[in-house]
Design a protein around this ligand. Structure first.
Ligand SMILES: NC(=O)c1ccc[n+]([C@@H]2O[C@H](COP(=O)([O-])OP(=O)(O)OC[C@H]3O[C@@H](n4cnc5c(N)ncnc54)[C@H](O)[C@@H]3O)[C@@H](O)[C@H]2O)c1
Length: 319
């Protein structure tokens, strides 16, 4: 049985990715230091005898070396990160340590222990403000935050190791991931988890700007499948790949769907646009589709329904 290492396993994307991998019949070692992740996220994973949880800092090379010595990892999914863009402005040194140095350390351990494949959680944030959309992997990245800069620098390090030593380094640039287990309590959470929380409590949502700003929202279940397939199937050359749907959804469209799901909630309140918020974000999913035949499958309205009701049942028609 193959064994895979997942860092950031107790997080939002990590816990879904672990579950996807366990369903394929592989063994998973999940590492997390619970900085932003939660043990409750691993309840399902813990029902499998093939899952092992390790409380450790992914950037602690000594602790991680012990894991690499104990297991012969077939691949590593490195998700552990300082995930808040605003926090990266306040804590640039920590951002450097978690988002860049830890990725470098994990990559060198992969080389040392002959673990061929490293899948790295990058971000659409690396694109920054570009002249035209959709973002393509060939666009010149223009990071606008310490977070985005560290993600891009980690991509460069990993791809440098790929070219130098033959490591298979696949950097996945996620766009706006949404779904169950995204923490709405953080002011830096994804907009959909915050909206969902407000709707569930019968509170009006606050929209910054006119609501016509758009995002390429992708379900965490699609992202977990992309992570898992890239990790286990191989066949994707080292490089950078968008993980997105290629469809732009405005916040006003989101609200229209929510009004169907929660008809009795008060109308949204519109506030001033936030300084620095980008107006539109959209990715081109073509490269991963060509290399892996990967298509995001969850229709947005269905994903939103699952998020709103905390279950995977019926689908609703997109407004
Ligand atoms: N959610 C999104 O929309 C999105 C978009 C682009 C990129 N990403 C990237 O995806 C990855 C997962 O993000 P998420 O949304 O699931 O966030 P998350 O906060 O739920 O998950 C991150 C996990 O990493 C853990 N962690 C942080 N530092 C660690 C360390 N030093 N050692 C061990 N564990 C550590 C946290 O405790 C948490 O469980 C991150 O790399 C993030 O930058 C997420």
């Amino acid at each position: 049985m193959q064994t895979f290492l997942v860092t950031g396993a107790a997080g939002f994307i990590g816990s879904h990715s672990v579950e996807w991998l366990l369903k394929q019949g592989v063994r998973v070692i999940g590492v997390d230091n619970l900085r932003t992740g939660r043990l409750e996220n691993l309840v399902v994973a813990h029902t499998s005898p093939d899952f092992e949880w390790v409380n450790a800092d992914a950037g602690d090379e000594t602790a991680m070396r012990i894991l690499f010595q104990q297991h012969r990892f077939a691949g590593v999914l490195h998700l552990a990160a300082l995930v808040s863009v605003p926090e990266s402005f306040h804590e640039p040194a920590l951002n450097y340590r978690i988002n860049l140095a830890a990725a470098d350390s994990i990559a060198r351990l992969c080389l040392e222990f002959d673990c061929k494949r490293l899948v790295f959680a990058s971000s659409a944030a690396v694109y920054g403000v570009v002249a035209s959309l959709p973002n393509r992997e060939s666009d010149l990245p223009q990071p606008q935050s310490p977070y985005a800069a560290a993600k891009l620098a980690a991509e460069v390090m990993l791809l440098g190791y790929a070219a130098s030593y033959g490591l298979e380094a696949v950097c996945l640039r996620y766009f706006n991931v949404y779904g169950l287990r995204q923490d709405p309590a953080s002011p830096y959470s994804g907009v959909l988890s915050i909206f969902t929380d407000r709707f569930r409590h019968g509170l009006p949502v606050i929209v910054h700007g006119d609501g016509e700003q758009t995002r390429d929202f992708i379900s965490v279940r699609d992202v977990a499948r992309a992570n898992g397939e890239v990790l286990t199937r191989g066949g994707v050359a080292s490089g950078r790949y968008n993980v997105c749907t290629g469809r732009a959804i405005s916040l006003n469209q989101v609200l229209a769907i929510y009004r169907e799901l929660f008809p009795n909630t008060p109308p949204a309140e519109y506030a001033a646009a936030r300084v620095g918020d980008i107006r539109h974000s959209l990715g081109d999913p073509g490269l991963l589709r060509n290399r892996l035949e990967f298509n995001a499958k969850i229709p947005f309205a269905q994903g939103l329904y699952e998020l709103a009701h905390g279950e995977d049942k019926k689908s609703v028609v997109m407004a």
